[in-house]
Design a protein around this ligand. Sequence first.
Ligand code: RAT
Ligand code: ZN
Length: 419
Amino acid sequence: MTIRSQQELEAFVKETVNTCPVTDIHTHLFAESFGELLLWGIDELLTYHYLIAETFRFLPELSYDKFWNMSKKEQADLIWNTLFIENTPYSEACRGVVTVLNRLGLDLSQRDLEQYRAYFRSQNTKDYIDHIFELSKVKSVVMTNDPLDDYERACWMEEAPRDPRFLAALRIDPLLNQWSSSWSKLKDQGYPVEEELTSQTISEIKQFLHDWIKRMDPLYLAVSLPDDFAYPEESVRSRLINECILPVTRETGLPFAMMIGVKRQVNPSLKSAGDSVGKSDIGAVERIVSQNPDNKFLVTMLSRENQHELAVTARKNRNMLVFGCWWFLNNPSLIEEITRMRLELLGGSVIPQHSDCRILDQLLYKWDHSRQIIAKVLCDKYTDLFQAGWRLEEEEIRQDVEDLLGGTFWKFIGRPEPQ
Ligand code: RAT
Ligand code: ZN
C-alpha cells in the first residue's frame, strides 16, 4: 500500500520500528545453559556497572573498599537509595531501570524495592527468558564468548543443546591485549605455545581459534581495542592480528569485529566501572580494512569524535560495516546525532544499534529507547523524500526497518537470517 500523507507515514514508521524483531549483534547475555553467567532481576539491574559509577559521584564519603565488601543486595539497596530515592533517576542508565520496571507492569508509584524483589523471586528463569524476548521483540542476541574463561569454557565443553536465540561471538581480548599472561592459558588447554611468537606458536594459536570456531559456531571474532590502537605497528598485537586473526577470519569467512577507543581502568578502584574513553586514530581502521579487502570487518568506535570519519571510512571500504552506538554513546542525544549522520552517509548499509546488555531485562529498555530514536530519524528521512515527491510503499518501509534491525547484519556475514 502506498503511504498517502505525512501523518500516515509517521504512524506507520513508528509502528513498524516498534514491532520489528531485532537481531542484537553485541550483548553480554548468556543462555540458560551457561548457569550463573545469565544475569537477570532487580539486584542485577541495580548493580550494573554504569550505575555503580554514578552512585560514587553522589557519595563522596563512601570508601571503595566498603562498597566492594558489601553483598550484592546491600550494594543494590545503596544504589537504589542514592540514585532513585535521594536523587531523580534521569540519567540514561537510571531511566533504563524505570523503563524496565514499567514494562514489567510493576507499580512505580510506591518506589518499593522489596515489592520489586518479590516479583522477581516469583519468576522462573526459563519462562522469564521467554517473557523478556517476547516483550522486547528481540529475536536473537549475540553473546560475548571467552574461551579463556574457565567457567565459560566448562559450559561449552558440556555441549548442552543450544538455545537458538543466543548466538555466539568469539571474543579474543585476552589473546590480543594480554598475550604475556594469556599464552599459558592456551598451553593449559593443550596447545604447545610459548610466549615468543615462534612459527609453532603461531600455528597453534590458529589451531586454537579453529577449534573454538568449530565448537562455538560464532558469527564473528571480536576484540575491544584501546584508544591508542595502531595498525600496522611493531607489536605483539599487530603480529597476532596479521599472522593469526586475519588469516583465520579470511579462511572461515567470519568478520573481525573491532571495538575501538576504550581506556581500560583509568580508575581501578571502580573495578568493572573503571574504564573510560579516548579518541582513536581512524588511520589505523583505514589501513587494516583497505589492506585486507578479502576480510570482513565490523567496526564500532567509542569516542563521539571518531564517528564522522568512521562513517566516511565505511563509504570507501565495502568490506567494513559500522555498528552500534557503543557504551558511553548509548545515550539518546548521541544515538540521534550519530544515527542521523550515518543514515545520511551510508543509507541502510549500517547497523544503527546493538544493546550491550549485561542483564537480560535490560533488553526492554535498551531497545525501547533506541527504537524510539531510530523511528524518529527514519521519519525525518522519509519526510524529506515525501516532500520532494517520492511516494513510498508500506512494504518498502518494512523492508528498510527489517534491514536496519538485523537484515543488513545477516547479509554482511553471508548467512541466512534464522526464521
Ligand atoms: O558496555 C559495557 O558494558 C562495557 O563494559 C564493555 O563490556 C564493552 O561493551 C565491551 O564489550 O568491552
Ligand atoms: Zn560489550
